[in-house]
Design a protein. Structure first.
Length: 577
């Protein structure tokens, strides 16, 4: 087996504009002149490399409060990154340093939080208040800090980004999310086998896999409404509605001071469902979606009802997971054990028992998952012709075997999980009619009681034997799953089992891009997905799974052309983050 190679990014990105890189530090000023553009960074989502403690979070650097600050760990390098929410032309960055300042740093911009371009660089910063004129275009702005001026970390009172959002208008939601975990009420709500606990609070919890729906017994009527109490008077600039297929064709967005007298700030008779981002202008403590015409014979249902603006009594939402670094190896298994060794128990757990999806195999306790001594893990699917230890005894038949087929399935659940990153494996798949090998990930909240598909599923590679040349990559979520999952197939131009291939996904908060042998063949864009299919449920930890299934709903059962046993060979699995 080859050692871990040096890594380089495989997916090129094209910058929106050429970026000038000033190499001279700007002159600081305690009272800087007004920037050409608007302040875009205040109360926007922030990620950081580290914090000194919970008392100094990254969000404190963009809250507009000169008395709060972000402070990093005491090491080099460090970074702080702000998501402006939309692509912007950036003309100025202002830094207000505490005594622990950065002597050398760069300011970088990115359209995807992955590929960065430098728009400012210095090695002679003197701290204090700095005004940095820059020229660049991007959604994300990062301060990349490489040399500390003190033995402590880096500490910023404020990190401000100025510019103009592309399209000329203000950035929707710029004022901050006001509705998170705020009390919600509705005309009715559903709580039955089709939608258990679909209460109004589910639309304000920032969980894209839970929803509010009107009652199936008396709520599938017009009008239907949901109201959120912001806790205090607020100036509202944006409302985001992430609809289930039961959406409103006609509705009004209304505000109120007392939850009784309502003022309409938006009205439409052409609602299109999925994700609607509506710019509004209004003031009030209460915000209501008042639906007057349903899209179908069901009621009204929202995955998310988000209100943005200023004021209110907001509850800070949880911080976003840090953006991944696709070049930093954080976990791997090279499967270099001796011949016959089982997978490393510190990394993998065998799942035993019958399969799902009408699969026919019994998954054994690593009886079917062994090293071959040549640097590969072998997961073998086979037909059991005589009773043996691989199959459980049937107490009702004198101890004879209860399974016709056996195979292996191993997972990293409880041992390794990742949110975002590059996840890849070099695999030579098994292939014969009735077989279904796969390399995939499942949301770790599945073991916290979140059922599939609400937990989310990322299928990096699936192959079914009746399509010998094809491999598939697919996403599953509450609004798109099973045969309706969001995915694509790739024709390898030869049988999939003819050679090893590297199957990978690069995953961050905005995209999932699937690769075979370094070539990207399918990208799922978050905004497009939310506006055409449904919620994105991929911002939490997932664990890894390898299995070699027999039968099932998709490939169908083995038949006359099936050849068994079949070996799925895995050279390595690696995660970069």
């Amino acid at each position: 087996m080859s050692p871990v190679p040096s890594r380089r990014r495989l997916l090129p990105f094209v910058l929106a504009a050429a970026l000038a890189v000033p190499l001279v530090q700007a002159v600081g000023s305690a009272t800087p002149a007004a920037a050409a553009g608007e302040l875009l960074s205040q109360n926007r989502p922030v990620t950081v490399s580290s914090t000194e403690s919970a008392a100094f979070p990254g969000s404190a650097a963009v809250d507009g409060d000169a008395g709060t600050r972000w402070s990093s760990g005491f090491a080099d390098p460090q970074w702080i990154q702000v998501d402006l929410g939309a692509t912007a032309t950036i003309d100025e960055v202002r830094l207000s340093w505490e005594a622990a300042y950065g002597r050398a740093f760069t300011v970088q911009v990115s359209g995807d939080a992955s590929s960065w371009s430098t728009v400012y660089s210095t090695t002679t910063s003197a701290g204090g208040d700095q005004v940095l004129p820059v020229t660049g275009t991007g959604r994300y702005v990062r301060l990349h800090l490489t040399t500390r001026a003190t033995q402590y970390g880096y500490s910023l009172w404020e990190f401000q980004v100025f510019g103009t959002v592309d399209g000329g208008g203000p950035d929707p939601g710029q004022g901050g999310l006001l509705s998170y975990r705020k009390p919600a009420t509705a005309s009715t709500f559903q709580d039955d086998g089709a939608c258990g606990g679909c209460t109004p609070d589910k639309a304000t919890d920032l969980d894209p896999a839970t929803r509010w729906a009107t009652s199936s017994t008396d709520g599938w009527v017009d009008p239907g409404w949901i109201t959120v109490d912001l806790g205090a008077t607020a100036t509202i600039d944006t409302v985001v509605l992430q609809w289930d297929p039961a959406y409103a064709v006609s509705y009004e967005l209304q505000v109120s001071d007392d939850n009784a007298t309502w003022r309409t700030v938006h009205s439409t008779t052409e609602g299109g469902g999925f994700k609607e981002t509506v710019s509004v202008s209004g003031t009030g403590r209460y915000v209501r979606m008042y639906g007057t015409e349903r899209s179908n014979g069901y009621g009204y249902s929202l995955w998310e009802f988000q209100v943005y603006g200023t004021g209110g009594a907001p509850t800070p939402p949880p911080p976003a997971p840090p953006a991944p670094d696709f070049d930093r190896l954080v976990w791997s298994d090279e499967f270099n054990g001796p011949n016959g060794a089982t997978p490393d128990p510190a990394k993998w757990t065998p799942e035993t028992g019958p399969g799902v999806n009408n699969e026919l195999q019994y998954y054994t306790d690593n009886e079917n998952a062994r090293m071959d001594g040549a640097g590969n893990l072998v997961i073998q699917a086979r037909r059991e012709v005589t009773p043996g230890s691989a199959c459980p005894p049937d107490p009702n038949s004198g101890g004879s075997t209860t399974c016709q087929y056996t195979s292996g399935r191993i997972t990293t659940a409880g041992k390794f999980e990742t949110t975002y990153g590059r996840v890849e494996a070099r695999i030579k798949v098994s292939s014969t009619p009735g077989l279904w090998p796969a390399f995939w990930m499942l949301g770790a909240n599945f073991f916290d009681g979140v059922p599939w598909p609400a937990s989310g599923e990322i299928d990096i590679m699936e192959h079914i034997g009746r399509e010998p040349n094809l491999v598939h990559s697919t996403l599953h979520a509450p609004a798109y799953f099973g045969a309706g999952g969001e995915g694509a197939a790739l024709d390898l131009g030869e049988p999939a089992n003819a050679a090893f291939h590297v199957f990978a996904v690069e995953w961050d908060a905005e995209h999932l891009t699937f690769f075979v042998d370094g070539n990207p063949f399918h990208t799922v864009d978050r905004d497009t997905l939310e506006q055409t299919r449904g919620p994105w449920v991929f911002d939490h930890p997932f664990f890894l799974i390898l299995n070699n299934a027999v039968g099932g709903d998709w490939p169908g059962p083995p038949g006359p052309g099936t050849v068994l046993p079949q070996d799925m060979l895995i050279d390595y699995v690696r995660v970069y983050r």
